[in-house]
Design a protein around this ligand. Structure first.
Ligand code: GDP
Length: 458
């Protein structure tokens, strides 16, 4: 027999507005926001490509373009002008001022796309973790030039590590720009050779084939970025979408607006008025101006005085938004990057010990009991130890192969307990994905990624 249907309420128990309704009222007619992180080996052409894309979409003023053109001619490196566009935007954001380049963002037919930083150098990986932790999707740029793709892809290159990182951080949709194809006279054979290698690798890294799209292009000439191809050699064999259309087709992740508030802080700074500001991402829930929120792990109550999204003030922000908020009621000195603003009633768990299922991919010495690591959790970096090796799992079906293994080598999947030197806010992956992932690093190298499966001593 039929179960009585659950009634849809527009007001919740405590008489607050239904968050889903509030979201559709506020944002129903807006373009969806999509956060994209750009990854790839150094010199793959990431800055040039994104700069060119912004220029072609009219996000950069003629005046700025002209200035860069002149300057790059002067130093005889005209190709740099597009890269500068993006660099300037990056610097601007650091300084928190808006010049005429505006934000590193652009629009497609159905989306507003925000570009997150991802410098390509090896020592920038911690920053990239922050960027990728906030990204909905990733753009992987590879250099199609003969020899160059290979050096970026083979051991020591960053192509693999970046792809593994973003996947472990929860990014499942990927566009691959097979870039600089102008250097191979738009060779289809070269394109196929590269995509074949990447397909095999990305599948292994955990990307579904249907979630990865490959696009032949040149960031320098602008070919196939925002318009359909015009290059006769490319037209001979390619009739697929341009990069912009691929970005437009990405699925927008669901926004968990009805879950309890979780806001992860990735910057703390002095505002212009009273109070101080924190910026970060709302992982779950809704944040309203005037809300009382709990700063965790220290558990101090703070009040939200104002909210701004992309430098525009707003009365409300939702899960998935990157925002800056002005806080009062707590001392700025007591707030650190990596802290969470939580719903005061349904609080984020705070602990020093948790269980995780980890994938080990880069250790020189096998992991044994007591192994010291740095854990990266959202923007937080904290020293920790792997205190217990509980089980070694079968990679393909997740079944236990061995209980209490003595050590873990590369490519192993295992359940371990991790103890952190100080209390941190953390969630089980099944409860809040964004707060349930950790990366483990040792002397500047990412050795493993993990999902939180249990939390102790809350
Ligand atoms: P990033 O380190 O990945 O940001 O790479 P850059 O954007 O700085 O580019 C590295 C070098 O490759 C620069 O000298 C660019 O001029 C060159 N480059 C970038 N894109 C292309 C392209 O599509 N075709 C060609 N031929 N060269 C490119």
């Amino acid at each position: 027999f039929d179960q009585p249907e659950e009634k849809v309420l527009t007001k919740t128990k405590d008489n607050k507005i239904d968050p889903n309704k509030q979201y559709s009222d506020e944002r129903g007619s807006d373009k969806d926001h999509l956060y994209i992180v750009v990854i790839g080996h150094v010199d793959a052409g990431k800055s040039t490509l994104m700069g060119r894309l912004l220029c072609d979409l009219g996000e950069v003023s003629q005046r700025t373009l002209h200035k860069y053109e002149q300057e790059s001619k002067k130093i005889g490196k005209q190709s740099f002008m597009y890269a500068w566009v993006l660099d300037e935007t990056g610097e601007e954001r650091v300084r928190g001022i808006t010049m005429d380049v505006g934000h590193a963002q652009f629009e497609t037919k159905t989306k507003k796309v925000i570009i997150l930083d991802a410098p390509g150098h090896a020592d920038f990986i911690p920053n990239m973790i922050t960027g990728a932790g906030q990204a909905d999707v990733a753009l992987l740029v590879v250099d199609a030039t003969r020899g160059e793709f290979e050096s970026g892809f083979d051991l020591g290159g960053q192509t693999r590590e970046h792809a593994l990182l973003v996947r472990s951080l929860g990014v499942s949709q990927l566009a691959v720009a097979v870039n600089k194809l102008d250097t191979t006279t738009w060779s289809q054979e070269r394109f196929n050779e590269i995509t074949k290698k990447l397909k095999a690798f990305l599948k292994q890294a955990g990307f579904k084939e249907s979630d990865v799209t490959y696009v032949p292009c040149s960031g320098l000439t602008g070919e196939n970025l925002v318009n359909s191809p015009t290059e006769p050699e490319l037209l001979k064999w390619y009739s697929g979408p341009c990069l912009l259309d691929i970005i437009d087709k990405f699925k927008v992740p669901e926004r968990p607006v009805s879950k309890p508030l979780r806001f992860s802080i990735n910057d703390v700074f002095k505002g212009t008025g009273s109070g101080f500001c924190v910026s970060g991402r709302i992982e779950n829930g809704v944040l309203n101006k005037g809300d009382k929120v709990l700063l965790c792990p220290t558990k101090e109550l703070a009040e939200v005085r104002s909210i701004s999204i992309n430098d525009m003030t707003s009365n409300v922000a939702f899960a998935g938004d990157q925002v800056s908020v002005t806080l009062s009621g707590v001392d700025m000195q007591n707030v650190s990057v990596g802290y969470i603003l939580s719903d005061p009633v349904q609080q984020v768990p705070v602990t020093t010990r948790f269980e995780a299922r980890i994938v080990v991919f880069n250790v020189k010495v096998p992991i044994t009991k007591g192994y010291p690591v740095l854990i990266h959790h959202q923007s937080l970096v904290e020293s920790a130890n792997i205190v217990k090796l509980k089980a070694l799992l079968n990679k393909s079906n997740g079944e236990t192969m061995k209980k209490k293994p003595r050590c873990l080598g590369n490519n192993s999947v295992a359940v371990v307990d991790i103890e952190v030197s100080r209390p941190i806010c953390i969630e089980r992956y099944k409860d809040v994905k964004e707060l349930g992932r950790v990366m483990l690093r040792v002397s500047g190298v990412t050795i493993a990624a993990g999902l939180v499966t249990d939390i102790f001593n809350i």
